[in-house]
Unconditional design. Structure first.
Length: 286
């Protein structure tokens, strides 16, 4: 049995559906059974557990041979605790293979808010040993669209403190498919992969690529970190102003520009190009 955490989220849900299409026996781990039942395909077994309730996690993992552990989100201190609880439960269970969705931005010198969170998770997973597969994901194309490109479709500008830095963004759909492929095969145990898009783009290029599907023109304008943080304070609740501003700092240092062939190797096909992602995701007229 394969168990997928975060199954009501995008990556977990898409991976679960991919596993079903592959004919794999799969179940979902969720905190709210009703919400999960409404979000998931009919007939998918749902195991109820709370990341803050270790006994429920241990019960949820009973009889599970493979775990697709989709990273949690939210306040960094909460996420560290949640990840630790899942890893502890997995270590004491009979799981033969665990796949974890991490990030590429793991260097201890990184300014990114979530880097310590993922470093802690990977450190704990290392204690489990060779049964773990790490999928270190680049910046999601979906994140670019939701938080920076989407608003620019109306305002006509992307204003970020990233200078001329580039990002090799990756679609969540590709990550979900790669996760499904990784968790079903023993050949990926004990390995780590960097999942990025096939090309790194500057934000000037991102603006040029995003405009045509919506029939609008977008420009990129570099701004100061303090200006961006001020705008983030106006529109975002904690911890997101700090998280997004430190992400920009990390991007500006080139931490998301490396291109890896690992995703294509897992998928057996090219990773989705950013321009194709925008064509698929941006409706005509914005």
């Amino acid at each position: 049995m394969i168990l997928v955490t975060g199954a009501t989220g995008y990556v977990g849900g898409a991976a679960l559906r991919r596993l079903l299409a592959m004919g794999q026996p799969v179940a979902a781990l969720a905190r709210d059974a009703g919400r999960a039942a409404a979000a998931l395909p009919a007939g998918v077994p749902i195991r109820v557990a709370d990341y803050d309730d270790p006994p429920s996690l241990r019960r949820g993992l009973e009889g599970v041979s493979r775990l697709l552990f989709v990273a949690s989100d939210g306040d960094g201190r909460d996420v560290i605790r949640h990840h630790a609880n899942v890893v502890t439960a997995a270590a004491s269970s009979g799981i033969e293979h665990l796949v974890f969705t991490s990030i590429v931005d793991l260097d201890e010198a990184s300014p990114f808010y979530f880097t310590p969170v993922y470093r802690d998770a990977e450190s704990r997973l290392a204690e489990i040993g060779a049964k773990v597969t790490l999928l270190r994901c680049g910046l999601y194309s979906d994140f670019l669209l939701s938080h920076w490109v989407g608003p620019a479709l109306k305002t006509g500008r992307i204003a970020l403190p990233v200078g001329a830095a580039r990002v090799a963004s990756v679609s969540r759909l590709d990550v979900a498919e790669a996760a499904a492929v990784a968790v079903v095969s023993d050949e990926h145990r004990g390995k780590s992969y960097e999942l990025t898009g096939p090309e790194a783009h500057s934000f000037e290029a991102i603006a040029r690529l995003a405009g045509p599907p919506a029939g609008v023109s977008i420009r990129y304008e570099p701004c100061s970190p303090s200006d961006y943080l001020t705008r983030a304070w106006r529109s975002l609740s904690d911890p997101w102003p700090h998280a997004f501003s430190t992400l920009c700092a990390s991007i500006s240092q080139g931490r998301y520009e490396a291109v890896s062939p690992d995703l294509e190797g897992l998928l057996g096909r090219p990773a989705e190009r950013l321009e194709d992602f925008f064509r698929r995701s941006i409706p005509a007229g914005g």
